[in-house]
Design a protein around this ligand. Structure first.
Ligand SMILES: NC(=O)c1ccc[n+]([C@@H]2O[C@H](COP(=O)([O-])OP(=O)(O)OC[C@H]3O[C@@H](n4cnc5c(N)ncnc54)[C@H](OP(=O)(O)O)[C@@H]3O)[C@@H](O)[C@H]2O)c1
Length: 257
């Protein structure tokens, strides 16, 4: 039995990385999925990889109200409603000490990671309500529960997402809408590759080995491993779970060293 049979899901940031792996897994588990992102090229690539009639896309910037209303409307028009919202679109912003960090960079990170997540719930919520309930998954990070040096905007934004999930769990519960946050650790994908380039230009592999050595499981995670966490929270397997913060980080936040 497929875990998302007859369910409709929106996955923001579905054009790459964790979001693309999630779209693929959800479709394989019987869902009809709308992926959202700013780059049509990336969304088309996911469409090609998944190659299934139950996947479609909308080009939209999650930080904008009109774009959010539009992608929610598209999901309803195409599939008849919404059962699952995976707010996964995110941007890491610069690695800069507060003395060098610009206000503009801070605003850009918060606009996507915080405002974008909040808008997605605001406009999808009435549709989940109409279906008699559903599941919302917000994407935080290990820096949603711990600090990382010279990364204050992203860390602030991901802590905010944890608070958002906890508050919205209360708003959702009377309507059988569960809201949880997922905190991926270091994931072996393009976003982390860009982090390596920003932090250690020319010594990316060395940095990767150093970071991996700090993970108790001694390795990076994969997009597919995070997608499986999303699937657990999207499906009835997590029917008594709301307001939770789900780490998928190989244990990196568990210890002192
Ligand atoms: N990679 C990691 O190690 C890691 C660790 C912890 C948490 N995370 C979080 O996991 C989520 C997925 O990241 P990822 O690792 O899969 O990286 P990614 O490949 O860079 O994915 C981010 C996605 O978000 C989309 N996006 C960014 N800004 C957007 C906007 N304003 N409107 C619409 N879409 C937007 C991007 O597409 P467009 O550019 O086309 O818009 C992209 O597809 C993010 O929230 C990230 O912060 C990642």
């Amino acid at each position: 039995m497929k875990k998302l049979e007859n369910k409709v899901a929106i996955v923001t940031g579905g054009g790459s990385g964790i979001g693309a792996a999630t779209a693929k897994l959800f479709v394989a588990q019987g869902a009809k999925v709308l992926i959202v992102g700013r780059s049509e090229e990336k969304l088309r690539k996911t469409m090609q990889d998944v190659n299934h009639e139950n996947l479609s896309y909308t080009v939209a910037d999650v930080s904008k109200v009109e774009d959010t209303q539009r992608y929610v409307r598209h999901a309803v028009e195409r599939y008849g409603g919404i059962d699952v919202l995976v707010s996964n679109a995110g941007t890491e912003g610069p690695y800069k000490h507060i003395l060098e960090h610009t206000v503009e960079d801070f605003d850009n990170v918060v606009a996507t990671n915080v405002r974008g997540a909040w808008l997605s719930v605001k406009y999808a919520f009435p549709e989940l309500q109409k279906r008699g309930g559903g599941s919302v998954i917000l994407t935080s990070s290990i820096v949603g529960v711990a600090g990382f040096p010279a990364h204050s905007a992203y860390t602030t934004s991901k802590h905010a997402v944890v608070g958002m999930a906890r508050a919205l769990a209360h708003d959702g519960a009377p309507f059988h809408i569960r809201v949880n946050a997922v905190c991926p650790g270091v994931i072996d994908n393009d976003m982390m590759a860009s982090t390596h380039r920003l932090l250690a230009p020319g010594a990316e592999e060395q940095l990767k080995s150093t970071l991996a050595a700090r993970v108790p499981m001694k390795r990076y995670g994969t997009n597919e491993e995070i997608a499986k966490m999303y699937l657990f929270l999207a499906s009835d397997d997590s029917s008594y779970s709301t307001g939770g913060v789900y780490l998928s980080d190989g244990g990196i936040t568990a210890g002192l060293l």
